[in-house]
Design a protein around this ligand. Sequence first.
Ligand SMILES: NC(=O)c1ccc[n+]([C@@H]2O[C@H](COP(=O)([O-])OP(=O)(O)OC[C@H]3O[C@@H](n4cnc5c(N)ncnc54)[C@H](O)[C@@H]3O)[C@@H](O)[C@H]2O)c1
Ligand SMILES: [Zn+2]
Length: 391
Amino acid sequence: MTKPSASKQSPPPHRTVRVDLGPRSYDVLIGRGILETLGDELQQRQLTGRAVVVTDSAVSSLAMTNAFWKTDAPSKILVPRLHGGIANDRIVPPGEESKNLLQVHELLKTWARQQIPRTGVVFALGGGVIGDLAGFAAAIYLRGIPVVQIPTTLLAMVDSSVGGKTGVNLPEGKNLVGSFHQPSLVLADLDTLKTLPAQEFAAGMAEVIKYGVIADRALFDRVAKGVKPDDDDLGEIIEKCVAIKARIVEQDEFERKGLRAILNFGHTIGHAIEKATGYKKYLHGEAVALGMRAAAWLSHWDGMLPLEDVQSLGKALIANNLPDHLDEPDDSNAIILTHAILNALGNDKKVAEDGKNRWVLLKSLGEAETDIQIELRDVEAALNKLLVPVR
Ligand SMILES: NC(=O)c1ccc[n+]([C@@H]2O[C@H](COP(=O)([O-])OP(=O)(O)OC[C@H]3O[C@@H](n4cnc5c(N)ncnc54)[C@H](O)[C@@H]3O)[C@@H](O)[C@H]2O)c1
Ligand SMILES: [Zn+2]
């Protein structure tokens, strides 16, 4: 981690988190207005081969119309001083539906037609959908070419752009096809968040709160007050989250030691809520917010987390415009939903071979423990707690 720095020509200051993975090491740059420094950053890293840009149509039109994006086409902001030339942008429809093998196939065919060589560089400009899709295509094109992640959602900045997990969905389930492919550079320009819808920003805040509760009490205390896109310390907050993820990824790059599991706090019930509501009612981060609140109750009953900390977590969710309870119109709807969530939990792809869910629970706000077994009746009780708003 470094402090913000400014040089004589005063390029916008940025923070750097180094992800140390030997030959696959890279920097995550975080700052306001730093897209304009991308050309220099690429040159410093010899990422000057032919560039291809992958983005979605919503981000692309913002890139063209917003003054602070400083351009008239995504590829122009992204590769202003690139020697290798720019291949066409590939623009996919926004949303999770684009994260599929058909889009991967289209990307691969486009790059092959354009004869993008192994030295080519893929730029993933967008949220986690674009990062996962473009990252996966980059991982398999010519057995792997570099990808530069330019996350434009808060979730992508603190989570999906870092750590090297790439992939797409199958009709049978989410993220079932993928590969580990670390980026060569991640550049998070906070100015891009100015256009992010408030609900998407809030969903990203759920992951930020997650980092606080699993690893950093001071971070939790700060974000519990609520965070807004133009807060002066947003860069510092994102840096802390990225550093927490980086240190975990460094110890368990390929998710073989179970250490990355800690990042799934709140996700067991979160995923089940997403599934039980058909991926329509809640954004991922919103479902994780609910999952974290349920997991906080489980942590309390398991004898670790004080009741006041369960309350603090709930209040932190509210302060960040996240749902704190399952808002069902009546009792019968609530019962149906609770059953659907329990059912989805049974089908969780992360259920161990013995058929039991392994839980990440909190010892305290700022410290988590993995691989804990929980009785089904406690899970039911936690879901019932989710039917009641935080007081
Ligand atoms: N690889 C990983 O480690 C990892 C980790 C977490 C999540 N993910 C994946 O990330 C995806 C979710 O990412 P997401 O939440 O960023 O969703 P997303 O990429 O769908 O972006 C959300 C919406 O915001 C729009 N958008 C993006 N940037 C914008 C901006 N600056 N201004 C205005 N609108 C903007 C997009 O067009 C989209 O409609 C999921 O597919 C999930 O599986 C991956
Ligand atoms: Zn998540």
